[in-house]
Design a protein around this ligand. Sequence first.
Ligand code: NAD
Ligand code: TYD
Length: 343
Amino acid sequence: MNIIVTGGAGFIGGNFCHYMTEKYPDDVVLCIDKLTYAGNMETLAPIMDRKNFKFFKTDIADREAVYKIFEDEKPDMVVNFAAESHVDRSINEPEIFLQTNVIGTSVLLDACRKYGIKRYHQVSTDEVYGDLPLDRPDLFFTEETPIHTSSPYSASKASADLLVQAYSRTYGLPCTISRCSNNYGPYHFPEKLIPLVISNVLNDKPVPVYGTGENVRDWLYVKDHCIAIDLIIRKGTAGEIYNIGGHNEKTNMEVVKTVIKALGKSEDLITHVSDRLGHDRRYAIDPSKIHNELGWLPETPFNEGIKKTIQWYLDNREWWENIIKGDYQNYYEKMYGNRKTIS
Ligand code: NAD
Ligand code: TYD
């Protein structure tokens, strides 16, 4: 089978390319990535020489280039990870989120219609459901929860989901959508909470916690997400949506303190800074559908996954130090320079 994986030079797509090329030596993974600030060839370096891996530096919104790849490679499946993925960036500059997340998705869907496909899979997010109140731990996102977005990022991801559903119903395109909770693990870009905390703590820099730090995220080890997507594309039913999450809710403050403790540093590094605009309070997935229908359950508990992740960042300092030495400095200054410290 030929499988197009878009966004494979990023965090989750990269982990997925590693996972798939190792697990299925007879399938070919065709990675399409524009190599934005978040794309990193170092993430793919360990698999670049595998015979079942090919890389195309291409923008998913570039119709001509995408059609050419479909024509030449005749893919059987597409798994679309490519996206602008950071909420804070979407608050500052929404437009590129629409271009990549919505227009890019529409180009891929058109290519699938034109050339035929066995399955198109859209990697979506639990953020399309909006947020849940902190004082209702009994509430979870199910696949029936209405879409109710908060940020330009989640609005763009929800728009892409609606397009996928439209192509599925109108043109009968065999599509699936997965909506996963927050991932963590190796190759995670250091603008996101967990790798940002690890890299700041290792450099004895203040750890910025937005607002009170009481917001809740439902953390999943990235390999468990890859396993779930692999199951959905092979055994999931076309036309269906699958939520992915492992009932692992933590407040941001709990996560920050866990990392600081594991690295043997002081909690004095914690600095409360002004809150994210429109900050979602709590995400929590009900994963019963993927468990009951496909038998998926997460394999890596948080205490094990976070240890493995921290160890990976200790063992691969060059990977993240190269990132934070570059443009990231300007990004950090822009994002955090003006954030007020609150006591
Ligand atoms: P990431 O930002 O680490 O990687 C995104 C990748 O997409 C990068 O390699 C980038 O170069 C590439 N890309 C961006 N624009 C492109 C374009 N126009 N054409 C081709 N490639 C392009 O993101 P991630 O955290 O790995 O997320 C991957 C997907 O999973 C996204 O669709 C995101 O919405 C979804 N998701 C992420 C999480 C999470 O916790 N990170 C949780 C649920 C869902
Ligand atoms: P993030 O990793 O950006 O993921 P998302 O916003 O998609 O959930 O942020 C996770 C949580 O951590 C979110 O509640 C915002 C918070 N956060 C901080 O408190 N400080 C930070 O520097 C960052 C990047 C995030």
